[in-house]
Design a protein around this ligand. Structure first.
Ligand code: HEM
Length: 210
């Protein structure tokens, strides 16, 4: 009894730490913005930093399932949603930065930009996917959508791929960041495909490997 209470307490502390650490980039960017230390082009710095943090949280969210399978620590599962929602949080600030500082609320230009600039189109589709996934990430929506929920939430892989294409399109020549994030995404995708087929195999009958 006492051991399980201790475990629960540790879990609560970890939970708080996860939220605290996840909000640190936001706090640091906000503080730099208020102190006017975002560099010579603050809007660009904000766009780059919030974009990178979106991508990092999305990758972290994808990494939870393999990590849980390797460690056998089922308590990791909820962090898939937590980090996914932080990805959405930073994506919202990223989109807001684009609308407020880069486009300066010139609403008529937004639709043109989204339709005519491929890297914006791709980023916008990734963002819309995240909004839909965030909106349907509650237990109530899970129950309501039933089996379709799992199908829908596989779109998180599409969002990650589109986000990487968005990044490659922006970077054009120096692709260092794209290579770094791409080489994190690739094994996560391969693992997902492996799990998909291993799952099918195990459903096929008792002779299967998993
Ligand atoms: C899941 C969604 C998204 C992710 C993960 C993402 C990711 C990124 C990243 C990593 C960068 C930094 C690139 C660099 O290092 O220079 C970036 C820049 C940028 N993104 Fe996004 N983005 C997303 C959605 C969007 C959306 C919806 C828009 C606008 C409609 C947008 C517009 C921009 C712009 C304007 C830049 C700055 C480009 C520049 O420096 O010239 N992004 N994004």
């Amino acid at each position: 009894m006492r051991a399980s209470m201790g475990g629960q307490r540790l879990f609560t502390v970890i939970n708080w730490l996860v939220h605290l650490v996840s909000l640190l980039p936001f706090a640091s960017l906000l503080s730099a913005a208020l102190r006017n230390t975002l560099g010579p082009d603050p809007a660009d710095t904000l766009a780059i930093e919030t974009g990178l943090w979106t991508l990092r949280f999305l990758l972290l969210s994808l990494a939870i399932s393999p990590l849980r399978d390797i460690t056998g620590w089922a308590k990791l599962t909820p962090y898939r949603r937590t980090f996914g929602l932080y990805g959405l949080f930073y994506a919202c600030i990223h989109f807001l930065t684009y609308i407020a500082f880069l486009l300066q609320f010139r609403w008529t230009e937004i639709s043109g930009d989204i339709l005519e600039r491929p890297y914006i189109t791709v980023g916008f589709i990734a963002y819309l996917i995240l909004v839909v996934l965030g909106g349907t990430s509650t237990k109530a929506m899970m129950r309501r959508l039933g089996r379709r929920w799992k199908q829908l939430h596989k779109l998180v892989y599409a969002a990650n791929i589109l986000a990487l294409i968005h990044l490659i399109w922006i970077l054009r020549t120096d692709l260092t960041d794209a290579v770094i994030y791409g080489s994190i995404l690739l094994p996560l995708l391969v693992y997902r495909i492996y799990r998909h087929f291993a799952g099918k195999k195990s459903k096929a009958g008792p002779l299967s490997m998993r």
